[in-house]
Design a binder for this molecule. Structure first.
Ligand code: 5GP
Length: 208
């Protein structure tokens, strides 16, 4: 699929994407960012350690706990949550700037953060990425090889909690086959960005 000729709308959208660890959400999101021109990623602040292959300012802003608490207490975070004992939060300013300038931005956040965004930004479009089964998550986490057995067990327990909230979202994407899931998530993003309310220019062109 080529979207080379696709025009971004005048009015962008706020997307919230959640999914249990091992649901393949990160790979899926990378593919969607490659497909859809102009879509931006909100870089979260976190107190967790940087992993091999990650970069400061690209995957996360890696901060210590006092810095995180200062950001939170100053109101600089749009939402925040504790995930696996580490703090994660969305810097408010880049999101608000993107939306004010008509750009679209994606938040990859957990269910606790998503609930806060639904309150502050009821217009946000939320998507939950589902794994085919809990067993599939377990397999993916073992295959990734970055976590110990104990951490995997904790991630599976947390995955069950995250998954139980999937009914709160606007859209569900089943990530069994990656190509299929990419097409579905890309379709959701494009449909939202094709809403008539975001395309005043095209309406004006043909309605005199
Ligand atoms: P990881 O440490 O594996 O990159 O991410 C762990 C979990 O934290 C993922 O489910 C991810 O969606 C979530 N997460 C990442 N950034 C944020 C954030 O800014 N806020 C919240 N609430 N969750 C986040």
């Amino acid at each position: 699929m080529s979207l080379a000729g696709w025009e971004t709308p005048e009015s962008g959208a706020l997307f919230v994407v959640s999914g249990a660890s091992g649901s393949g959400k990160t790979t899926l999101l990378h593919r969607v960012f490659q497909q859809v021109p102009g879509l931006e990623f909100s870089v979260s602040a976190t107190t967790r350690a940087i992993r091999p292959g990650e970069a400061e300012g690209v995957d996360y802003h890696y901060v210590d706990l006092p810095t995180f608490e200062k950001l939170r207490d100053e109101g600089a975070l749009l939402e925040h949550a504790n995930v696996y004992g580490r703090c994660y939060g969305t810097p408010r300013r880049p999101v608000e700037q993107a939306l004010a300038q008509g750009r679209s931005i994606v938040l990859d956040i957990d269910i606790v953060g998503a609930r806060q965004v639904r309150v502050s930004h009821p217009e946000a479009v939320s998507v939950f990425v589902l794994p085919p089964s809990i067993a599939a998550i377990q397999e993916r986490l073992f295959a990734r090889g970055t976590d110990s057995g104990e951490i995997i067990a904790r991630r599976i327990a947390d995955a069950r909690v995250q998954l139980s909230a999937c009914g709160e979202y606007d859209f569900l994407v089943m990530n069994d086959d990656l190509d299929t899931a990419t097409a579905v998530l890309t379709g959701i993003v494009l449909a939202e960005l094709s809403r008539v309310g975001r395309r005043k220019g095209w309406v004006g062109r043909f309605s005199g």
